[in-house]
Ligand binder design. Structure first.
Ligand SMILES: O=P(O)(O)OC[C@H]1O[C@H](OP(=O)(O)OP(=O)(O)O)[C@H](O)[C@@H]1O
Ligand SMILES: NC(=O)CC[C@H](N)C(=O)O
Ligand code: SF4
Ligand SMILES: [Mg+2]
Length: 479
């Protein structure tokens, strides 16, 4: 049993992207606010690129949270009419400064690029580019997309994108910027989200609608799978560059990754999570005195469980809001206390009670194991775990950095009883996949649920990606 939280706990989110074409607006500041709203998607690095129409592209990026990377002075040093923003969780390439985004390249076309997702044919494309003499400054798959576009002979960026898009395999919700325009595109399976907004008579795109809301943009719609959206002085234009064999939107976005106030495919996530809790109460009822959530992302589901079961809900924990979503590895002394820094149980509320503890997911089980122990130490009589996702037994190759299969607590444990015993709980039930789709109001054949089911929507996926594939592949050109 591990008694500490490390930076490897939890599903490490993915990335958040933002792009805006808005002469007359303070685009760097709008990008900064948007990134603040997307911070939960990536906490390793943050960056913004801006340009005046026809001017130079300026990029400022660094390791750390948005609030650590940017201050007033730095935002003022980024004037412009167009901007891109990115927050990163690494999935290909280490968590190094070189891999922070936006990626900048100026081969035959100067551009900046922000990418959420993960390619599964990165190795193949990388060798092809290297054979053509292309040098890389980073070890991420995102620079491969940037290099393909920057070296592409087409005069217009959107034509280059339309030509390159069908050659990329995997997940890519991407925003690219030249001195004149912003082009956004999404993989033909629509694995990762990307939405279009309008601010005044100008357009912007963001990974989640919550980022559009907070900058005062009106949400127009999602970018369609395989769609290329061009935003410039002429407004907005669009084309479909590739049709996927099937849609495969990541169902885990609904369960955990995205913010509850975001809307995806017409569904408000807060509502979907509440329904997941309601359905779980129906699928796995339990005699108990109190429902408590594992904050933050377990909270809407716990409300739903309470509603459907009639068991009252209360806050069993106070969560320190200043601890990052996925824990940054603390120093030795703090590591001993691990999770206590993040959650403090309330003995007054849980003592002597039979508790239903609702969380959205279990990966390695570190969070859950320690939550159960803390509640028992605080005097809980029984602890019944109810999780609003099926058991996670398979890695993600599409932009989420999950633990390896061996690290997953459900690995090698076939039954809920075995997992409950490992976590020290009196009972444990996961929401069924049917339950997830009922809550989401979507069809399974339009989604990806591979981390639960092992059925990868893109042929040839498992084993396709090694996170550090390019780490030693080349001497980095450091600038
Ligand atoms: O089984 P584990 O490996 O411990 O990971 C699972 C936990 O990680 C996530 O929470 P996290 O604290 O990252 O984010 P949240 O605050 O949004 O719930 C998730 O909601 C689970 O609580
Ligand atoms: N999680 C992501 O979307 C990461 C994007 C890209 N694969 C990187 O590692 O930088
Ligand atoms: S494997 Fe899981 S986390 Fe990855 S895209 Fe599919 S549903 Fe989402
Ligand atoms: Mg959590």
């Amino acid at each position: 049993m591990t008694d500490q939280l490390t930076d490897r706990d939890g599903p490490r989110d993915e990335c958040g992207v933002f792009g805006i074409f808005a002469p007359g607006h303070d685009v760097a500041r709008l990008a900064y606010f948007a990134l603040y709203a997307l911070q939960h998607r990536g906490q390793e690095s943050a960056g913004i690129a801006t340009t005046d129409l026809g001017g130079n592209i300026m990029t400022l990026r660094d390791l750390g949270l948005v609030s650590q990377v940017f201050d007033e002075q730095k935002l003022r040093s980024l004037p412009g009419d167009l901007a891109l923003g990115h927050v990163r969780y690494s999935t290909t390439g280490s968590s190094a400064w070189e891999n922070a985004q936006p990626v900048y390249r100026s081969d035959t076309r100067e551009l900046a690029l922000a990418h959420n997702g993960n390619l599964i044919n990165a190795v193949e494309l990388h060798s092809e580019l290297r054979e053509r003499g292309v040098a890389f400054r980073s070890t991420s798959d995102s620079e491969i997309i940037a290099a393909l576009l920057s070296t592409h002979p087409a005069e217009k960026l959107e034509d280059a994108v339309a030509d390159v898009l069908p050659r990329l395999r995997g997940a890519f919700s991407t925003v690219v910027m030249t001195r004149e325009k912003v082009v956004a595109f999404r993989d033909p399976h629509g694995l990762r989200p990307l939405a279009i907004g309008m601010i005044g008579d100008r357009y912007c795109v963001a990974s989640e609608t919550c980022a559009l809301d907070i900058i005062g943009a009106r949400v127009l719609r999602d970018v369609q799978p395989g769609e290329v959206v061009t935003i410039d002085g002429g407004g907005i234009s669009t084309r479909i560059a590739a049709e996927g064999e099937r849609r495969a939107f990541c169902v885990f976005e609904y369960i955990y990754f995205a913010r509850p106030d975001s809307r995806m495919n017409g569904t408000v996530l807060q509502g979907a999570r509440g329904r997941m809790g309601e359905i779980l109460a129906r699928e796995a009822p339990v005699e108990a005195d109190l429902v408590i959530a594992v904050p933050d992302s377990g909270t809407p589901a716990a409300r739903g469980f309470s509603r459907a079961s009639g068991i009252p809900q209360d806050d069993g924990f106070v969560k320190n809001r200043y601890v990052a979503r996925t824990f940054i590895q603390p120093g030795q002394e703090l590591r001993k206390h691990g999770l206590r820094l993040k959650f403090n149980p309330m003995p007054e509320i849980v003592e002597g009670k039979r508790l239903v503890v609702v969380d959205d997911s279990i990966v390695r089980g570190n969070t859950t194991r320690q939550i159960v122990q803390m509640l028992r130490d605080a005097g809980a009589k029984e602890v019944h775990l109810r999780i609003t996702a099926p058991a996670i037994r398979n890695p993600c190759y599409y932009g989420i950095d999950m633990s390896t299969r061996e690290e997953m607590v459900a690995h090698g444990r076939e039954t809920e009883e075995e997992i409950a015993a490992e976590l020290g709980a009196d009972s444990l039930h996961y929401l069924s996949l049917d339950g997830v789709y009922e809550a989401v109001g979507g069809q399974r054949e339009h989604h990806c649920d591979a981390c639960f089911s092992g059925e990868y929507p893109l042929p040839g996926t498992p084993g396709a990606q090694d996170k550090h594939a390019f780490e030693n592949a080349l001497p980095l050109v450091r600038t």
